[in-house]
Design a protein around this ligand. Structure first.
Ligand code: P1T
Length: 380
């Protein structure tokens, strides 16, 4: 099955044996009747499993070309589950530019449990090898990175992970499986904030993991049930519905993202534009190799280079909504330094490029003329 067909039908065979409904029923129940202890039809208690969640997990696994999908109540809950594979004393190597909430989870929660994190610029994969020691267990890659749009060579990192017997997890939130499939490039775990492009309509918070290996899947299912950060059936239904149009939405996100990036590059009030589709983007060749297009996320700095100039622009936007999050049908603008990445110390975030004059756009699927006009007027 090819990707667009998978988005609609992947893992959706026989989802409603009772009535053959085309979409899975929303099983709004916490528990399932048993005829004798453990005499049930596959489901006992809704934290452990629910047919609507199952349908979504199978769809996610199919999209990422994996074997097992594991859904969580948020993207961060999915990351939390991956880290719970580790124990005190273990070490993790992570991309230095990454979602502020992931950084906060690593440094403010898991560091307190004795796990050590090294943040490195992975565009140079040698930097990873320098940090590997006997305690290293996991490499955490976000690509494209949030918000600087660096691209990490997943295949090259996976060679290092395999050589050193480390787990490789890739946060595929920005690219989506439509543009990039990390498991095919050697990753062990692919993670999503399904809140973003998978859901696609800014109406649900959810996370997911997909893996190929059954032993690893069983460990993650155990954590999903034992820690209990599961999504509800209504939310699973919404994400499944979102996934069915992922491919058509992503096409338009990519087209509009490109047009916005090009227009910003021509704008004299803009200093730098970060979008991996530019020939002179430092990781453009890797992006071309591992992604089928460049996505709908674009970041830029104002030429004035001040906090005030960035705030002025985001406040003046009319169609782009100033808001956290990304990946929905509507265009959003964010100010990473004070919003999504505020939990990263100023000195650390500025090292990765998250300066006060940086603005991040999640380019939606509206008419491009309206989006370009909106950006133009915001700079006047
Ligand atoms: O918000 P949640 O569903 O828990 O997902 C966390 C997360 C994980 N990984 C990446 C790359 C993300 O961008 C996010 C969430 N990001 C935002 C809310 C944001 O505006 O960047």
């Amino acid at each position: 099955m090819k990707f667009n067909t998978k988005a609609i039908h992947g893992g959706q065979q026989n989802i409603d044996p009772a009535f053959n409904s085309v979409m899975p029923p929303i099983y709004q129940t916490t528990t399932f009747k048993q005829s004798t202890p453990h005499g049930h039809k596959g489901y006992e208690y809704a934290r452990s499993g629910n047919p609507t969640r199952d349908a979504l997990e199978k769809s996610m696994a199919s999209l990422e070309n994996g074997s097992f999908g594991i859904a969580f109540g948020s993207g961060l809950a999915a990351i939390d589950a991956v880290l719970k594979l580790l124990k005190s004393g273990d070490e993790v190597i992570s991309t230095s530019d990454l979602y502020g909430g992931s950084y906060r989870l690593f440094t403010n929660i898991f560091q307190n449990f004795g796990i050590k994190f090294h943040f490195v610029e992975m565009d140079n994969v040698k930097e990873i090898e320098n940090k590997i020691n006997a305690k290293t267990r996991l490499i955490w890659v976000e690509t494209p990175t949030n918000p600087m749009m660096s691209i990490i060579d997943i295949k090259a990192v996976s060679r290092i992970a395999q050589k050193n017997n480390l787990l490789l997890a890739v946060d595929n939130t920005f690219a989506t499986p439509y543009l990039q499939q990390p498991l095919n490039l050697g990753a062990d775990i692919v993670m999503h904030s399904a809140t973003k492009y998978l859901g696609g309509h800014s109406d649900v918070v959810m996370g997911s993991l997909v893996v190929k290996d059954e032993t690893l899947a069983n460990k993650l299912y155990f954590i999903q049930n034992a820690s209990g950060a599961v999504p509800g059936p209504q939310d699973c239904f919404l994400v499944l519905r979102g996934i069915k149009t992922l491919h058509v939405r992503m096409q338009r996100h990519c087209e509009n993202g490109k047009a916005v990036a090009m227009a910003l590059q021509q704008n004299s009030k803009v200093a730098n534009v970060y979008w991996p589709g530019f020939d002179d983007h430092p990781n453009h060749l890797i992006a071309k190799k591992q992604m089928s297009d460049f996505g709908g996320m674009v970041s830029f700095t104002t030429s004035e280079g001040t906090l005030e100039s960035a705030v002025r622009v985001v406040e003046r936007l009319k169609i782009f909504t100033l808001a956290e999050s990304l990946g929905g049908v509507e265009s959003l603008a964010g100010h990473p330094a004070s919003m999504t990445h505020a939990s990263i110390p100023k000195e650390d975030r500025e090292k990765t490029g998250v300066v006060d004059s940086l603005i991040r756009l999640s380019v939606g699927i509206e008419d491009i003329e309206d989006l370009l006009e909106d950006l133009e007027q915001a700079f006047l």
